[in-house]
Structures are given as structure tokens and as C-alpha cells.
Design a protein around this ligand. Structure first.
Ligand code: MRU
Length: 354
């Protein structure tokens, strides 16, 4: 994997660059802005696993570009070794298990394989363009929803992990909404959960909010319920990695606790995610595979071991928030109101399952 240059802050998170994928290295921010040039499927898989590329839409797009890399690499005398490309696609798809966007995007790219590498690449780059448009539409819809649910002006928002342009091709999802509301002068302050253990909030969301001149403070994850109790939060906005048919949402570990606290305080809890994050083949969140990551991410901080040498660690990267704790799930196409759906079910005499 190449690390060639220091890049301008407006560098897109992912681009195709004639035979390679340029990706902002999200591990290095905010201390350093640098791009990686990924030239093989192994490079892409490693970038996804190590979170150099992260965020559900971004890993999907990287996976699709990885299929294009593979198709070009496995072409000899104009003939593509389809079995080899399909094997690479399977490796890309399974680089991380929780975000459905990855398998979705790889499947879409491989669907063009019969038409050749150029067609696969065209599909992958079309997905990059679509992602920006889709996120723009979801952001517009979610802004309206938040404005209708939150009376205070300017408002106080809380977010978790990073759902900005770094996590997508452009615009972002939940963070895109926050930045748009900030641009309209409607945000007093954003509380940014630091998002242990890898600090996507403290490192990446804080960096993006700073770039956008939206006022924010970082807080430790465990401060969020206290902030709600003190009236410092009017609305919680988060993204998603996979959404089951009933509206259960898998997202960064800690999201479930935030939703419980928000419900306790009557604070709207809004999920913003593209339609490609929905997995309607799953009836509910119990079927979502949760990635468990290296215990060393928990037992050390900034490279310094913080636990007894033999300490084990429980390190799920995601959790599942039950639909009934969620005010709304907003995509480019719809505003899904899980609580309202359940209320209708109850009214019709079929109460939701515990
Ligand atoms: O482990 P990460 O950093 O990839 O987790 C990312 C999240 O949980 C995001 O909230 C989610 O992917 C949505 S990004 C628009």
C-alpha cells in the first residue's frame, strides 16, 4: 500500500485514479491528511479491515472499486478470468461483516463482469456519483424532520462515530444533516461522542465539523446521558451499518445506549442512512452479524497498554438498537417511523415482539 502525498482537506474520501484507488487514510486524521493509493484487491481488503477506509457507504464503494481492480488484473488477451474475479469479490464482500453496503456494492459491481472490466469500473464510479446524490436527498429530508421535531433555535445536537463525507463518497449522512443545519445558522453546539475505542468521533467528526465551522465539543461516550439530563441535547443523529425490515438498526457500539438514554429523556433519536443500508431479508436485528475486533484496540490507548498484560477484552464494533427506541429512519426515499409502525400494530391487536 502506497502513501504518496499530503492532501488538501477537500480531497474526496475515495476516487478512481487510472488503475488505482485513492483513499483518504482515516487512521491518520486529524494529525495528518494523507492518501493511500490502492492497487490490488489485497490493498483494498487491508484498507477496509484496518479502517483506513471506514463507514458503511465508503467501504461499499471501495469494495466495488476493488472488483474493478480485480477485473483489470485478471484480464489476459482481452479475456477475463471470471472465477478469479468472483473469488476476489467474495474476499472483498467479507472484509467486514456488519455493514450490508459492502456486499450490496460488490454484488452490483460483479453484476457487470460479463460486459468486461470497463463496465465494472463504470458501475463502480456511477455508484460514487449516486452516493453523493442519495446522501444529498436524505440530508434534505432529515433536515425537514429535525426542524419539525426540535423547537429550540439554535439547537443542540449529539452524534456518535463518524457519518460525514469521510464515511461516504460525499456529503455524509447524519453528519451531513448536522453540517447543513449548521450552515443555516441553526446549531448552537454539537456534542461529539469520542467513540471508543478507535475515536471516530473525536478524530474524524470533530475534524469535519471544524472544517465546516460548526461549533462542537467532544465528550467521552459515557457523558452523553448526563448531557441529555442537563438539557444539552435536543436531538441525537446517527448513521447505520445495517437496518432490518422492522427498523432495528446496527450501528457503532454505544448507539443502543444512546437510544435508551434519549428515550428516557424524550429526545428525538434519528437515524440517517441510504436505502442501500436496509437489509429487508432480515426480519429483525437478531440476525445481524456483529463484528468483533481485536482486543488490543481496548487494552491499549494511543499505543500504550492500559490494562494488566493478561487482560482480555470484549470488543464488539457495533450494537443493535431496537426499532421501538428510534424516532425516525431517514433515507433518500422515505422517512420510516418505527415507533408509529408498532403503535399501529398494537392498535390492530398484534403487539410487537419483546
Ligand atoms: O467501524 P466504523 O467506523 O466503520 O463504523 C461506522 C459506523 O458505525 C457509522 O455510523 C456507519 O457506518 C454509518 S457511516 C455513514
Amino acid at each position: 500500500m502506497n502513501v504518496p502525498v499530503d492532501v488538501p482537506v477537500e480531497q474526496p474520501s475515495l476516487t478512481w485514479d487510472g488503475g488505482g484507488v485513492l483513499a483518504v487514510d482515516q487512521r491518520a486524521l486529524p494529525g495528518e491528511t494523507r492518501v493511500l493509493r490502492l492497487e490490488t484487491v489485497d490493498d483494498v481488503v487491508e484498507a477496509i479491515r484496518s479502517l483506513a477506509i471506514r463507514g458503511a457507504p465508503a467501504i461499499g464503494l471501495a469494495g466495488a472499486l476493488g472488483v474493478a481492480l480485480s477485473a483489470y488484473r485478471h484480464r489476459l488477451d482481452g479475456v477475463v478470468d471470471e472465477a478469479a474475479v468472483r473469488a476476489d469479490a467474495a474476499r472483498l464482500s467479507s472484509a467486514r461483516p456488519t455493514a450490508v453496503n459492502l456486499a450490496w456494492a460488490v454484488k452490483r459491481a460483479i453484476g457487470r463482469l460479463a460486459a468486461g472490466p470497463d463496465a465494472v469500473l463504470a458501475e463502480a464510479t456511477a455508484m460514487l456519483d449516486e452516493d453523493a446524490a442519495v446522501n444529498g436527498a436524505a440530508v434534505a429530508r432529515a433536515c425537514e424532520l429535525v426542524l419539525s421535531r426540535v423547537p429550540r433555535r439554535p439547537m443542540r445536537l449529539l452524534t456518535h462515530c463518524n457519518t460525514g463525507r469521510l464515511a461516504t463518497a460525499a456529503v455524509g449522512t447524519a453528519l451531513g444533516v448536522i453540517i447543513e443545519l449548521g450552515r443555516r445558522g441553526l446549531v448552537h453546539e454539537v456534542l461529539v461522542d469520542e467513540t471508543r475505542p478507535l475515536l471516530q468521533g473525536a478524530r474524524l467528526t470533530a475534524w469535519e465539523l471544524g472544517q465546516a465551522s460548526v461549533p462542537y465539543r467532544v465528550c467521552v461516550d459515557s457523558a452523553a446521558p448526563a448531557a441529555m439530563a442537563q438539557g444539552l441535547v435536543d436531538c441525537v443523529l446517527v448513521g447505520a451499518d445495517r437496518i432490518a425490515a422492522n427498523g432495528d438498526v446496527a450501528n457503532k457500539i454505544g448507539t443502543y445506549g444512546l437510544a435508551i438514554a434519549a428515550a428516557r429523556h424524550g429526545i428525538p433519536f434519528v437515524v440517517v442512512a441510504p436505502e442501500s443500508t436496509w437489509d429487508r431479508a432480515l426480519a429483525d436485528g437478531s440476525g445481524i452479524v456483529i463484528e468483533e475486533r481485536d482486543p488490543a484496540e481496548v487494552t491499549a490507548f494511543a499505543g500504550v497498554v492500559t490494562t494488566p498484560a493478561d487482560a482480555g477484552a470484549y470488543n464488539p464494533a457495533f450494537d443493535v438498537t431496537p426499532a421501538d427506541l428510534i424516532t425516525a429512519i431517514v433515507s433518500e426515499d422515505q422517512v420510516f417511523l418505527p415507533a408509529a409502525v408498532q403503535a399501529v400494530q398494537v392498535a390492530q391487536g398484534s403487539p410487537p415482539q419483546a
